[in-house]
Ligand binder design. Structure first.
Ligand code: FES
Length: 173
């Protein structure tokens, strides 16, 4: 049976092949938002794939449309749509942090994939440092640092996933 692991809680367990990520989370007692009830119409069940993207079902048209509308490129999936076919490591997006306008301006100037990954990196590091809220503009240098790291990797999805995993695990600060 495929093994599914969730960051940041590090809960993990085996689930039957063909289980959606959303159902797997429920089986493991993890709460994932799913405002539309699993119909691919809200994107609240978004989840970041840290490892094992190849072990999920293909993205169908409904999911693709919703991901596009919500500006959530690879490595994000909708947990109500993605079927688990092998081992996966997933990261549940944190609840929104309060970003200063300046830091958001820095972030919003970036392409959507970089923006999503940099936001995860900056927020993971902020939480590790005990900063629940990124204010005032201390996030600007943090965004610049994460941008440098992401730019250095380019569009190598495996290396980007490894960077996110390392940050989430605290081995790249
Ligand atoms: S629960 Fe709404 S898109 Fe998945």
């Amino acid at each position: 049976m495929p093994k599914v692991s969730f960051y940041p809680s590090k809960e993990s367990g085996d689930v039957s092949e063909g289980t959606t990520i959303l159902d797997a989370s429920e089986q493991l007692g993890i709460e994932l938002k799913h405002d539309c009830g699993g119909f691919a119409t809200c994107s609240s069940c978004r989840i970041m794939i840290v490892h094992g993207v190849e072990n999920l079902s293909e993205i169908d048209l409904d999911e693709e449309n919703m991901l596009e509308e919500a500006e959530l490129p690879n490595p994000f999936r909708l947990s109500c749509q993605a079927l688990i076919q092998g081992d996966v490591v997933l990261r549940i997006p944190d609840s929104e942090m309060d970003w200063s306008k300046g830091a958001l301006r820095e972030l919003n100037a970036l392409p959507s994939l970089s923006r999503a990954i940099i936001r995860v990196i900056v927020e993971a590091r902020a939480r590790k440092a005990g900063e629940e809220v990124i204010l005032p503009d201390t996030a600007i240098p943090a965004v610049a640092l994460a941008k440098e790291e992401v730019d250095a990797i380019g569009d190598d999805a495996v290396a980007l996933s490894a960077l996110v995993k390392a940050v989430c695990e605290g081995s790249s600060d």
